[in-house]
Design a protein around this ligand. Structure first.
Ligand code: ZN
Length: 141
């Protein structure tokens, strides 16, 4: 439960759950450097269930005091307000971007329509030209 949070008092390495240190019936925390590499002299093993129970009791007594709860609630509220402000800033930026994209889409659509009109006119002219050319060819035959 507390892996990665518990440190060796001698070398500062993480405590890991290892076996050894007397009876093997219980899982125990031990310094990772002592257990894996033998590079730390801290040979203290402490039963996992005993240590975790002590830590939880300590955390409960420390964290569930009214002033700590008031502080936590205040801090969460402050962060929520700050997050909301940031979100409303993002929303304003997104609205501006949407308006810009809407304008661009409208102008692109108008350009496309103009293009299509021009193409239609050109192909009409081409058809007329090819007809008259064909007539001309036929009459010259
Ligand atoms: Zn150590």
């Amino acid at each position: 439960m507390f892996s990665g949070l518990l440190k060796c008092g001698e070398c500062g390495a993480n405590l890991i759950v290892g076996t050894g240190g007397g009876t093997h019936k219980h899982k125990k925390y031990v310094c990772a450097n002592y257990f894996n590499r033998g590079t730390c002299g801290n040979d203290l093993y402490i039963r996992r269930d005993v240590l975790e129970e002590r830590l939880l009791k300590r955390l409960q007594s420390e964290l569930l005091r009214p002033e700590v709860i008031d502080y936590a609630v205040g801090e969460v509220g402050r962060q929520l307000r700050s997050h909301r402000l940031s979100l409303s800033g993002d929303l304003s930026k997104l609205r501006l971007r949407k308006e810009q994209l809407d304008r661009e889409t409208t102008s692109t659509t108008i350009s496309r329509l103009r293009c299509r009109k021009t193409l239609t006119r050109m192909s009409y002219t081409a058809v007329v030209a090819s007809r008259s050319w064909t007539k001309h060819e036929m009459s010259s035959c």
